[in-house]
Design a protein around this ligand. Structure first.
Ligand SMILES: *[C@@H]1O[C@H](CO)[C@@H](O)[C@H](O)[C@H]1NC(C)=O
Ligand SMILES: *[C@@H]1O[C@H](CO)[C@@H](O)[C@H](O)[C@H]1NC(C)=O
Length: 986
């Protein structure tokens, strides 16, 4: 038994560190009660198992815990002689069987209650506050003081000729409040350190219309109290003296295991009763997702290891020392990792405070060790850890201190340039590069060569018609159609007849929400079976295709009638397909510059009677991120392996790759979900899409927009082509020059991003979060940063001033900057309590405005809906400056450059206010000082005008036709039996 002390302590340190690393990204909290039942049961088995092992090892009778506590000779003799150790009889332990039973029952009850609290807290974790768990050592020390220490004889310093330092040390290590003081330092320091180094509060909504904003913090603190009770009970069970009970050490350890098992059984039986009623959960348990299973298993094993080590530690060194050690290790490892990973001015402006906090923690822990080793009594606090603190431990603490000092010293709190200045400059260069490479070919053979060079295959048959069509319409974009290549290329891995068969499967069953368009003899027509509500869309498509249909081969096309995208091929399959596709596409000499004969017979007719089979899997109103959203990411990427269950914090590791400070720096990368597991809770398409019928097989479906990881084929939306939302200023609603517009960020829209059916999904949706972010009347919301110059600025000095981030409460931001971001009419796509809650939370709902009213404002916010936002192109055509936040990407994504033609925002919203402040300027009192920063309106106007000009060149209706024409030629080839060698030969 005694040889388990050091392995136990080492295990505690290791498992605490590992737990702190893996808990924030585990899937286990998807189902906190299920997880807890499993974890309690397996911990019970582990503890009982270890107990049995120890029993086998320890055949001989044992001396119990006193063994370690025997003072060793190397102690400073004077201290020991004066410090009378209370003998076993002095300390009151409950040793009767009855007391034991009570302890056991309290423990089981506390465990069950704790699990329920955990469930409540996790369900509304965005309302959580900094935990009080770090005060557990302090509370235990207070209890220890109350029961034991205050009865101690006061310590007299008798060694009068000792130095001041020695006297001080003597006093500290012998004062009766010594444990209390040491743990107070440790606990308070840890609290402060955790508070200042958690990620910034997220924009996930903690509704003021619901009571959770006060319930959850209360439950958290209650949970901390329960933890104290649990730890206390375990301590008491383990430290049962061999008195009347004559319980061996092993039996004591096993009793802890039995209490876990009982709690697990009780919870499981309550759970079973509940399941008889809850159908949803019954279904879940029958199909446990693999990611949940493996993630929970990993966490489970780690917790078992942690519990076994903790049990051994409590037995050997007592609850107080164990909790102090765990608190120290947890705080030091989490805050150091965080500080290490966030060396930038954003999001960590309080580096000084957190440095002081960690110094307190180190000091507190060192004091604790010193106090503990100077103590030779065995009391509730248990025997000491060390008889004398070894010097290597001081070296470790010193190393930690020096590391943190270095991190603190190297942490930059100010930025020399405003990041947006850099981003705008950079965007211009990128745009020029794009422009140069896309319009370099001056004639058709140059264009064909460029094509072959870029895409490694010949241009499709009929390329000469396309070229003539494009140049006749002055297309700026001639060479760069990478998005078409990205969408089409995987289909070269499918046989043409397979593609035709799959198209037929999609359009022959109306349930699939896919409409067919047939092209026969140069005429486009709509297939039968189409739902009338989507008629406008198909009419628009036919209108667009008719412009160039004479050059197209006979074929059928399946168009997605839903806003949501449909096909997500898993990453590994797609890589495999792409490698097969590249073998197939290489062709040296063209055999023919026309499509094969007899294509018309190859397309099966659409049956009169709709088919019943479907290849699609429905997930409407369900979370889709792990089934479909992240399918396009590598297995090892965070999107596949991490779950950011704590929606209350902004995940800085997720935003960092595509951000510069609080600002979005890389629009393309921001659309890539692979490094952003937190998006699972931040967008309607992932939380609860209104209609989601999708496949993991590569089905050929044409969609207007898609999010990352989907393999739909993008085409220019009929919504914009037939002007469902149109830039058409009138005399009532003119589009004045930028400088005459109202300096307000404006948005109107409906809650149509996804369905909130009573399970509160709305709290994570982008539209709702942005509305919440700009309307603090109903909610306190999370503070948002502004980047402000440190010293008052003179005109024209912008770029060289030092800037610092200031997190400000929302009500202060709305005083400084003007926004008008509201939901119109009534709450849409909701059910159950979510309708009323949203109506209260987002009050006032405003009447809808004329679309042309937008041009009155300088800054127009554009947010994703259930799919792409149809308003963006009209916004771009106007003199106003669009601010765009979204994950959906459309056909034009390569053409338009963020920061050159529009202002990008992160869907998390964290940079919204700071970005607005850059353009609109700030004039008011911030953090007690008068701040006047002139807005960069000239920059804003430049971007607005550049966007307008560029849209007039590459986003015209002609450009939509040109894109679509080229896409359908490519599609004609990929569905052609003779596709190898088919092409335009230059
Ligand atoms: C964005 O990131 C991608 C991928 O990492 C990179 O290729 C591209 O150059 C970046 N663009 C910008 C604007 O930084
Ligand atoms: C600008 O628009 C906001 C929001 O609609 C409005 O409150 C404000 O009065 C307008 N300011 C001016 C100068 O018209």
């Amino acid at each position: 038994m005694d040889q388990t002390k050091w392995p136990g302590i080492a295990g505690l340190v290791a498992s605490t560190t590992l737990l702190c690393r893996s808990t924030p990204v585990t899937f286990a909290f998807d189902k906190p009660v299920h997880t807890s039942i499993a974890v309690l049961a397996s911990c019970a088995c582990a503890v009982i198992g270890v107990g049995r092992l120890l029993r086998k090892d320890d055949g001989r009778p044992h001396k119990g815990q006193h063994y370690d506590a025997v003072p060793l000779g190397d102690m400073t003799a004077q201290h020991n002689s004066t410090d009378a150790s209370p003998s076993g009889q002095d300390v009151r332990y409950p040793s009767s069987l009855r007391k034991l039973r009570i302890l056991f029952m309290v423990l089981v009850g506390a465990l069950c209650l704790r699990v329920e609290l955990l469930r409540e807290i996790v369900a509304n974790v965005q309302c959580a506050t900094t935990t009080w768990e770090t005060f557990i050592p302090f509370i235990l020390a207070l209890a220890d003081y109350w029961t034991v220490r205050r009865h101690e004889k006061p310590y007299n310093v008798e060694n009068l000729d000792s130095s001041v330092y020695d006297a001080f040390e003597d006093y500290w290590t012998h004062a009766s409040h010594r444990y209390v003081s040491a743990t107070a330092l440790l606990s308070f320091g840890s609290y402060l350190a955790l508070r200042t180094t958690s990620g910034p509060q997220s924009t996930y909504i903690c509704a003021t219309a619901l009571p959770y904003h006060w319930i959850v913090p209360t439950l958290q603190h209650l949970g901390t109290l329960l933890d104290v009770v649990i730890i206390f009970c375990i301590g008491q069970l383990l430290h049962q003296r061999e008195g009347r009970g004559q319980r061996s050490v092993v039996l004591r350890i096993m009793s802890v295991g039995w209490s876990f098992l009982s709690a697990s059984l009780i919870l499981a039986s309550i759970g079973t009763l509940y399941y008889v009623m809850a159908e949803q959960d019954r279904k879940w348990i029958a199909t446990i997702p693999t990611w949940y299973f493996w993630s929970t298993l990993r966490l489970d094993l780690l917790i078992c290891f942690f519990i076994v080590c903790t049990t051994l530690c409590i037995y050997h060194i007592g609850v107080l020392s164990t909790s102090a050690m765990a608190t120290f290790v947890a705080t030091a490892s989490t805050t150091t990792a965080y500080t290490w990973n966030n060396p930038h001015p954003y999001p960590h402006p309080l580096s000084g405070v957190s440095f002081i906090a960690i110094c307190l923690v180190i000091l507190g822990f060192a004091t604790y060790l010193l106090v503990d080793s100077g103590d030779n009594k065995s009391t509730t606090s248990g025997p000491r850890i060390f008889t004398r603190v070894p010097s290597w431990l001081y070296v470790i603490l010193l190393t930690l201190f020096l590391t943190r000092t270095t991190l603190w010293a190297s942490h930059k709190t100010a930025v020399a340039y405003h990041p947006i200045d850099i981003l705008i400059y950079d965007a211009q260069t990128r745009h020029e590069t794009y422009r140069r490479q896309t319009s370099s070919s001056q004639n058709i053979s140059a264009a064909a060569n460029k094509y072959a060079e870029r895409y490694g295959r010949l241009p499709p048959p009929g390329f000469q018609h396309w070229y003539a069509y494009a140049t006749a319409r002055n297309s700026v974009v001639i060479d760069d159609f990478d998005s078409i290549d990205r969408d089409i290329r995987p289909f070269f891995a499918l046989a043409p007849e397979e593609i035709r068969e799959r198209t037929w499967q999609l359009i022959s069953n109306p349930w699939n929400d896919a409409a067919g368009i047939s092209i026969r003899d140069g005429q486009a027509s709509i297939s039968p079976n189409v739902v009338p509500t989507h008629r406008w869309m198909l009419d628009g498509l036919v209108e667009m295709i008719s412009k160039f249909a004479e050059f197209l081969p006979d074929m059928d096309l399946a168009f997605n009638l839903n806003d949501e995208c449909r096909v997500a091929v898993p990453y590994d399959d797609l890589q495999h397909m792409l490698s097969r596709a590249s073998i197939e596409t290489v062709d040296e000499k063209p055999k023919a510059n026309h499509f094969s004969e007899g294509r018309v017979e190859q397309w099966k007719p659409i049956p009169e009677e709709p088919m019943q089979e479907t290849p699609l899997h429905e997930l409407s109103w369900q979370p889709t991120f792990y089934d479909f959203g992240s399918a396009g990411c590598p297995e090892s990427s965070p999107a596949r392996s991490h779950r950011q269950w704590n929606v209350g914090n902004t995940c800085t590791a997720c935003t960092h790759p595509h951000s510069l400070g609080a600002f979005l720096a890389n629009w393309t990368l921001a659309g890539n979900v692979c490094h952003q597991p937190d998006l699972a809770n931040l967008h309607g398409i992932y939380l609860s899409p209104a209609a989601f019928k999708a496949s993991h097989e590569l089905y050929p479906i044409f969609s207007q927009s898609k999010v990352h990881g989907f393999n739909d084929i993008l085409y220019p939306s009929a919504w914009n082509y037939i002007d469902k939302a149109k830039y058409a200023p009138t005399t009532d609603h003119p589009d004045p020059p930028f400088s005459e517009k109202n300096t307000t960020l404006f948005w109107r829209g409906a809650t149509s991003e996804g369905v909130s059916d009573g399970r509160g999904q709305w709290r994570g949706m982008t539209r709702q979060r942005f509305v919440h972010l700009s309307n603090p009347i109903n909610g306190t919301g999370s503070p948002q940063p502004l980047l402000l110059p440190q010293a008052p600025l003179k005109e024209g000095m912008h770029s060289h001033a030092q800037h610092t981030y200031h997190p400000l409460p929302l009500h202060q931001l709305t005083d400084l900057l003007s926004t008008s971001i509201h939901i119109v009419d009534s709450i849409a796509r909701c059910a159950g309590p979510d309708c009323l809650t949203q109506a209260v939370e987002f009050a006032p709902l405003v009447p809808a405005t004329d679309f042309q009213h937008h041009w009155r404002y300088k800054y127009l916010l554009d947010l994703d809906g259930a799919g792409f936002s149809g308003r963006f192109l009209p916004f771009l055509h106007s003199h106003s400056l669009p601010f765009k936040a979204g994950l959906f990407r459309e056909w034009w994504d390569d053409r338009v450059q963020a920061w050159q033609h529009f202002v990008p925002l992160d869907v998390r919203g964290q940079g919204m206010w700071a970005t607005l402040a850059y353009f609109a300027g700030v004039d008011g009192v911030v953090a007690g000082r008068e701040v006047v920063v002139a807005g960069r309106e000239a920059e804003g106007e430049r971007i607005a005008e550049r966007g307008r000009n560029w849209a007039g060149q590459v986003l015209r209706k002609e450009d939509m036709e040109i894109y679509f024409f080229r896409l359908l030629l490519e599609w004609g080839r990929v569905t052609d039996d003779g596709r190898v060698g088919l092409g335009f030969g230059g």
